[in-house]
Design a binder for this molecule. Structure first.
Ligand SMILES: [Zn+2]
Ligand SMILES: [Zn+2]
Length: 347
């Protein structure tokens, strides 16, 4: 079977990989589609994500969907051919965080396509993959597998919304209209926010936010920065702000537009090192600031929302490339004037 393997900076190879053996509680799946995530692009362009450098060849990818090929001896409830959402998280299920229902903080996590541990966890841009039974969520056979591969980024958005607390009737700002920012805006609308404003530095994704994500107003902060400043009046307009751009400047701007006692949820990946924060403002205005990292139970919710059609993820789909053309896909994926998210077709 073939896989898209990162050997280091700008060194992505489509190469033959051996199938791994199947344990009794595991499932061998065929991967149908894989979405190219910001982290995959960091591995491709820089050979690293944050402090995690690629130190051995690693298959990229973690936003995947597919179907069952074969099951281990202890798995009796999945038939070959069954379509499935594939959860990239394999937490230990026994540490304090897993037991407390916060498995995204697991001390012994195996997350697909991540150099965060060594040996690295091989990823999902592979035609065949072995997952633990609980990572495989069967779906109806008529489910669109391309849309289903967006369950992981949608789960990240839903987790961020959960970290924000109750959003019914709230005014919300989302900085950044990448796939995660767009899905966070949509998830905030789904959670009952009455007004969602999104920002970005490109017009194209802002249009996606307005046309498809339920966002009432968008601001291009590269060309119309003063529009965001109008929200500073009367002590800040937003109850909750989601920082989904990973930009230190975007984060610092939030402390002026979030109202007293409001909340900031950081889910964009900020560059490693120190990000200056107006902690005096955080203190005197009693702003809550929380992090949001990956997702736990929200993955199943994301699958339900996609399968039921309650949330339409199709507006973030910008094109699909054959696995053999993965390098072209990675080179295109960063063009934010045209692309929200690109996919690899591994079938
Ligand atoms: Zn991702
Ligand atoms: Zn754990």
């Amino acid at each position: 079977m073939l896989a898209a393997v990162c050997h280091g900076k700008k060194d992505l190879r489509i190469e033959e990989r051996a199938d791994v053996t199947l344990a009794s509680d595991e499932v061998r799946v065929g991967v149908a589609y894989g979405g190219i995530c910001g982290s995959d692009m960091h591995y491709y362009h820089r050979g690293a994500v944050g402090d995690f450098a690629v130190r051995e060849p690693m298959t990229l990818g973690h936003e995947i969907s597919g179907y069952v090929i074969e099951t281990g001896s202890a798995v009796t409830d999945l038939l070959p051919g069954t379509r499935a959402a594939l959860n990239p998280s394999r937490p230990c299920r026994t540490c304090d965080f897993c037991v407390a229902g916060r498995s995204n903080l697991c001390e012994n996590m195996f997350f697909l396509g991540s150099a965060g541990r060594y040996p690295h966890v091989q990823g999902g841009f592979a035609q065949h993959l072995v997952l633990r039974r609980d990572q495989v969520i069967p779906v109806p056979q008529d489910t669109d597998l391309l849309e289903l591969s967006c369950a992981e980024p949608l789960s990240v958005a839903l987790h961020a919304v959960n970290r924000a607390g109750r959003l019914v009737g709230k005014r919300v700002l989302v900085t950044g209209c990448g796939p995660i920012g767009l899905l966070t805006a949509r998830a905030a609308v789904h959670a009952g926010a009455t007004e969602v404003v999104s920002t970005d530095i490109e017009d194209a994704p802002l249009k996606v936010a307005r046309d498809h994500m339920g966002v009432r107003r968008t601001i291009n902060v590269a060309t119309h920065a003063q529009e965001l400043q109008t929200f500073e009046q009367s002590g800040g307009a937003f109850d909750v702000a989601f920082e989904a751009s990973g930009s230190p400047a975007a984060l610092s701007s939030l402390f002026k537009v979030v109202r007293r006692g409001g909340r900031i949820v950081q889910l964009g990946m900020l560059p490693p090192g120190t990000t200056p924060l107006p902690v005096n403002v955080l203190q005197t205005r009693e702003i809550d600031m929380v992090g949001a990292f990956r997702a736990h139970d929200e993955f199943r919710l994301a699958v339900e929302l996609i399968v039921s059609g309650a949330i339409d993820v199709s507006p973030i789909l910008s094109g699909t490339y054959k696995l053999a053309d993965a390098i072209a896909a990675f080179e295109q994926a960063g063009d934010r004037s045209k692309v929200v998210k690109l996919h690899l077709d591994l079938t």
